[in-house]
Design a protein around this ligand. Structure first.
Ligand SMILES: C[S@@+](CC[C@H](N)C(=O)[O-])C[C@H]1O[C@@H](n2cnc3c(N)ncnc32)[C@H](O)[C@@H]1O
Length: 226
C-alpha cells in the first residue's frame, strides 16, 4: 500500500486497478486491464460541470498548474503526472488551496490519453519541461514522439493548441521535428518555431530552477489543424 502527502492507495500492488480518490485518479502503470469507459469531465467524479478543460502533462509537483487554477477559476485544470509521490504532492497543494477546479491524474501520459481521457474534449494542453532523455538508447522514454502526438490529437478539440517549455535546445529541435512530421499540427510561432520570452506563462519548479541558473527557456506552440 502506498501513502504520500496524505493520499493512500487503498489496496496492495497485487490488487491494483484504476481508482478515483476524491479529486485524484490513480491509474496503475504495470497493468493489463485498461478497459474503461471514457468518463466525461462533467461527471461528478471529475469536475461536475462543463467548464473548458486545460490539461498539463508531466505536471510534477503541480505548482504551475495550481497558480493557473487560482487565476482562472472558470477553467478546469487537469494535472497528469506518472510519479505517485509528485502527483500526490500536486493533489495535496490543490486541497490546501481549496482549488475545486483542479483534478490530478497519476498516470503515464500516453496511457491516460489512449484509454481514459474523453475524446475531443480538451481546449488547451501544456507540457512543461518534459524529460529530454538525451541519449539515443533512451529515445523511447521521450514523451514528445510520434505516438504521443497522434494520441494527443484525439483528446484535443480542433483548433486547440499545445504549448511546451524546455531549457534543452536539442530537445526543442527534436520536438519541432516530431510536430512537423505530423501534418495535423502547425507551429503558431514562425521560424525558428520557438520563443524565449513568454510573458505571464507562469513559474514551475523546473522553470524557476533553470532560470536561476541563467538558462534560456524555449517555448513551442502547435495548433491542431485537422
Ligand atoms: C523535469 S520534470 C518537470 C516537472 C514540472 N512540469 C516542472 O516544470 O516543474 C518532468 C516530470 O515529468 C514526469 N513524466 C515524465 N514522463 C512522463 C510521462 N510519460 N507521463 C507522465 N509524466 C511523465 C516526471 O515524472 C517528472 O515529474
Amino acid at each position: 500500500m502506498q501513502e504520500t502527502h496524505g493520499l493512500r492507495i487503498p489496496f496492495a500492488w497485487s490488487d491494483r486497478h484504476p481508482v478515483f480518490l476524491g479529486r485524484f485518479l490513480y491509474i496503475p502503470g504495470v497493468y493489463d486491464h485498461h478497459i474503461w469507459k471514457r468518463i466525461p469531465w462533467s461527471d461528478s467524479r471529475f469536475f461536475g460541470n462543463d467548464h473548458p478543460v486545460h490539461i498539463e502533462f508531466c505536471s510534477g509537483n503541480g505548482f504551475w498548474l495550481s497558480e493557473k487554477a487560482k487565476k482562472h477559476p472558470e477553467i478546469n485544470w487537469v494535472a497528469v503526472e506518472k510519479r505517485f509521490d509528485r502527483a500526490s504532492k500536486a493533489w495535496s497543494l490543490a486541497q490546501r488551496e481549496k482549488l475545486d477546479n483542479v483534478f490530478v491524474v497519476c498516470s503515464e501520459a500516453v496511457l491516460f490519453c489512449r484509454y481514459y481521457a474523453p475524446l475531443d474534449s480538451v481546449s488547451e494542453a501544456y507540457v512543461n519541461f518534459p524529460d529530454p532523455w538525451p541519449k539515443r538508447k533512451d529515445a523511447k522514454h521521450r514523451l514528445i514522439r510520434k505516438e504521443f502526438l497522434e494520441i494527443l490529437q484525439t483528446i484535443l478539440k480542433k483548433g486547440s493548441c499545445v504549448t511546451l517549455a524546455t531549457d534543452d535546445r536539442p530537445y526543442a529541435d527534436r520536438m519541432i521535428r516530431e510536430f512537423f512530421n505530423n501534418p495535423s499540427w502547425k507551429s503558431t510561432f514562425p521560424d525558428p518555431y520557438f520563443i524565449c520570452d513568454f510573458p505571464d506563462f507562469g513559474i514551475s519548479f523546473f522553470s524557476d530552477l533553470w532560470q536561476r541558473k541563467g538558462l534560456s527557456i524555449h517555448y513551442l506552440q502547435f495548433k491542431l489543424d485537422l
